[in-house]
Design a protein around this ligand. Sequence first.
Ligand SMILES: [Zn+2]
Ligand SMILES: [Zn+2]
Length: 298
Amino acid sequence: MWTERYDLHSHSTNSDGQHSVADVARRMSNSGVTCWSLTDHDTISGWAAGFQAAQQTGIRFIPGVEITCKPGLKAVDAELRLRSKERASASWHLLAYFPKGELGSSEISQFKQWLTPLGDDRVPRMLEMIERLNELGLVVEKEKVLDRAGDSVGRPHLADELVALGYVEHRQQAFDEWIGDGKPAHVARPLPSIEEATRIVRACGGFTSLAHPLYYGIPPQMLAAFCKQAGVDAIECFHRSHSDAYRFALWTASKAAGLCITCGSDFHGIDFNQAPGRMAVPFASLPDVLTTESTHSE
Ligand SMILES: [Zn+2]
Ligand SMILES: [Zn+2]
C-alpha cells in the first residue's frame, strides 16, 4: 500500500524557509498531509508553534530537526557521475525525529542543550563571513543580514542580502562566486559526526533518517551499510529531488540492510517553486512509530 499522507521534511522562517510555521502547517494540510514534520536547520525553535498549528489544522505533528553533520564517507566519483553531480556536498544532513517528544521534558531539554551550540555557531561564523566579504570589497551590514533571519541565520540570508545590494543577480550566484563551500568568503564551522548526532538523538528518545543522499555521491548499498553501522534508523529514500529509479534503488538497499525509509518534500516555500506533500511512499517501510497512533495529544 502506498500513501501520500506523510511529509517529514520542511522548513519555516525559523531557518531558511519562506513561510511561518502556521503557514507551512496550513499548506501541508491543504496538500492532504496528515502527518507532518517541521525540520528546520539545527534548531527546534519552531516546535511550539508546530504543535499549536497542527492542533488547529487537525494534523499530527512530529517535532523534527535537520542536523548539519560531517560527511560520513568520501564521495565515489562514479556515483557522482551517475547522478549528474559535479561534486558532493560539504556536509551531510541528518533528520532527527522525536515522535513522543514533549517540550520541556528532560530528554528534549538535554537534546536542545546539545543542539544549541550548533545553532549558535551560526552567528559568529556569519559575522566572520561578512568580515571577509568586506575585506574583499563587498560592503555588507551585519544587522541587515541578521534581520533577514529568524532564530537561525544561514548562508541563504547572506546571499539574499548580496542580491539586494546588487553585488550578485541571484542566490546561486552568491554561492557560486562568494559564499559557497571553498569560495573566497566561506567560513567552515565545526560539525558533529553522523555517529555522534545519532547517539545523542537516540539517547534523547528520537530516531534519525539520513536526508537526501543524492548530494553525497555514495552508491546506495554502501550508503545503507554505513547507516546501519552508524546507528542511523532510516534513509530519506523518497526525497523530492530523487528520481523514481534512485528512490527504488535506495529503498531496495535500505530494506536489505534492515533500515526504514522516510519521505520529504524539503519544502522551503512557494518562491522556490516548491510544493508541500504529495510524496507517494510505501506505507510498510515507514518507521512503526509513525504509522501507529501517537501516544500523547500535544
Ligand atoms: Zn538538507
Ligand atoms: Zn531540508
